[in-house]
Each structure stands twice: as C-alpha cells, then as structure tokens.
Design a protein around this ligand. Sequence first.
Ligand SMILES: Cc1cc2nc3c(=O)[nH]c(=O)nc-3n(C[C@H](O)[C@H](O)[C@H](O)COP(=O)(O)O)c2cc1C
Length: 388
Amino acid sequence: LSLVGRGAGFVAVAASGLVSWRAVEQGVFSSGSGPAYSAWEEWQTNPSQPLDLVRAAVLAANAHDTQPWLFRASPDRIDLYAVLSRNIGAIDPLRREMYVSLGCALENLVLAAAAAGRPTLVQLLPDPGDSIHAARVQLGSGPRQVSALYQAIPDRHTNRGPYDTGRSVSSSVLTKMRDLIVEQDVALVWWTSTDDRKRFADLTVRGAQAIANDSEQSADDFRWWRGTWSAVQSNKDGVTIDASGLPPVIRALGKMLPGQTRDSYEQGFISSLRDTELPTASALGTIVVRDALNNVQRMAAGRAYERMQLWATASGLAMQPLNQAVERADHERQAGLQQSFGSELAELMPESWMRPVMPFRLGYPTVQGLPSPRMSAEDVTLPALRPT
Ligand SMILES: Cc1cc2nc3c(=O)[nH]c(=O)nc-3n(C[C@H](O)[C@H](O)[C@H](O)COP(=O)(O)O)c2cc1C
C-alpha cells in the first residue's frame, strides 16, 4: 500500500470509529432502554402495594411528557398533586393540558387499583381552596378486576407516524369510543364531514405556525425537546426523536446529526403535521367539556382520553392528540387578544355548550409507537403522612 493509501485507510477507519462512537453516545441502538425507560419495565401486571398503583399512573399520556404530578401514597389512600413548575408555560397558559394530564394519570391509577382488588373512591379537588391537590383516591378492598384496559397500559404510546390511509375506522368503532365516556359534562365530537375535517386540519397547521412565530410560545415548546441521548436519560421526560413516529433510518440519522435549533425543530414539527399526521388520519375528533376552565371537568376529560387511548391500543388502533389550535385559543384568552382560533374552534362545535379541550387523530398504525421517557414511581411519590 502506498503511504497515501494507508493514510486514507486510517482516516476511513478513524471516521467510522467516530460515527460508531456518536451512534452509541446518541443511543441510536438503545431506543427504549436505560434509566429513562425503566418505568416501563417496572410496571407490574400483578399490583399489590399503593406504590405499584403509582407505577401504572406514571405511564399515562401527559402533555409534552412533562409528568406534572406528585403522589402521596398511604396504605388506604393515594393523593395526587399538580406540580406547577412542570407546566409548559406559554404553551399551556391556562393549565388546561396540565389538568387533562393529571386526569390521564388518575385513570391508570383507578384501573390498576381495580386490578389489585382495591376498589376506589375518587374525589377530584378534595379541598376546593387548593387547586394543587388534584385528587384523593381512597382504596377499599374487593375482588381483583383485571380489565383489558388495564392490560393495555404498558403498550399505550402516542403514535405520531403515518396512519394507514387504506384502512378506515368503522362507524361502530367511533360509536364504541363515544360510549366509553361516562363522565359528567364531558363528551366526544367526531369531525366526519370533509368540510369539518379540512377546517380542523387547516386550523391546526395555522396554530402550529402561529406557535412557531411566537417567540415566547416556541421557546417554552422547545424547552421540553430532548435532542441528545444524555438529555433523555438525565431528565427522563420531554419530547424525543424516538417518539416522533419517523422511520427507523431517519430516526437514526436524526440522532446522529448535530442538535436541532429551535427553528428547525418548529419547522419539522409543522411539516410532520401538515404532510403526515393530518392527511393520514382516519378519524379526527375532540373531547369537549362544558367549562374549559374547570379543573374537575378537565381531569374528567383526561380520564376519558386515557380510557379511549387504552381501548384503541387494545383494538390495534393508534392515537395522537393535536392541541395546536386550542393552545393558540388559550394564548389569545390569556393575553386578552381577539379570539380568532377560539371562534374558529367554536364554529366546529355541533352544540353551543361544547368547549374543546383535547383534539386528536385516530387510525390504524403503519409504524409502531415507541415509549417516551418516564420518571419512576419512586421519583414522584412522597411517603405517607404520619397520622396526626
Ligand atoms: C393534555 C395532553 C396534550 C397533548 N398534546 C399533544 C399534541 O398536541 N401533539 C402531540 O403530538 N402529542 C400530544 N400529547 C401527547 C404527549 O406528548 C404524550 O402523551 C407524552 O409525550 C408521553 O408519551 P406517551 O403518550 O407515548 O406515553 C398530549 C398529551 C396530553 C395528555
């Protein structure tokens, strides 16, 4: 070999070494493993202790994977608290998504308690003067009731990939999902007409664009982006490449390339919404409540969403919330601006009492949804209060 040839060989070996090093460092081969994902393993199919019930609760859907919760577990009671510092700031200025997220966690908790033979009595906002104390769950004792919804908890993942455009969701599925909602002041709206679907899709893309153009909202959005493997593992929260729904090769490339800027993040987000998520949705709909500022109704909506997504998971369906238009409506309301997104959303409501709090899409998946990071039950559970 000539010296030049040897030199080129050395450079090639060194470069491939660097590439492999970067691949390992960025977790290209490690999706779903490490401390940030161990909560999915610690899940127990046979819960018995109150802490096991929290293990189920922390796996629930929650806005931006902020996990805005704290639990206090006692032998006969679990209290749930909102953690305001884990709010998404300007993206959720009215804390709507925060309370919907707490409701999602409650639903998993109640399903796990039933599976453990601990029937529950749930009191939402037990102390009306204290909005931080979100719920008190009293645990009784009774026969174990292991439901299909409970068993779907570890398989439920928000799926942001393309849905199968060749397979529509039947109207009986839409009816069954509507029937899952038993909460007072909560209902489900399906946008089935071409015109409604188009209006919602346009509004959602415009919402995402408005968020990208709003420096405060886009900064608070980007704050939860975990672009490196070490950020994923140390924070155990936030939005990740693995949960993006991209095909494996693109995900690997995304991990290898230098970090995203806020602008590239927002632009990628808008194009996925406009070109993949909305056009491949089989069904579009929203959970509505009577009073969108009422935390009891928001938590009830969260329970309903989690139940629907667990049912969808058990039925081979995929779901993804799409909150951009409502996030803009909340922002307008908070900032005292003229309600533009708010009034367009109101026009999409079939009945005047309905306020949208959780729009989403539904369909048959073409790619598997991957888990998002989680703090463990131990990370978010306070010890029992001593009896006074
Ligand atoms: C109240 C609420 C709002 C959400 N809004 C969106 C959204 O607008 N777009 C999206 O892709 N996911 C949204 N999600 C899904 C969360 O990002 C997701 O639940 C979280 O990252 C955890 O991932 P997992 O559901 O796969 O466990 C939302 C979830 C909740 C509970």
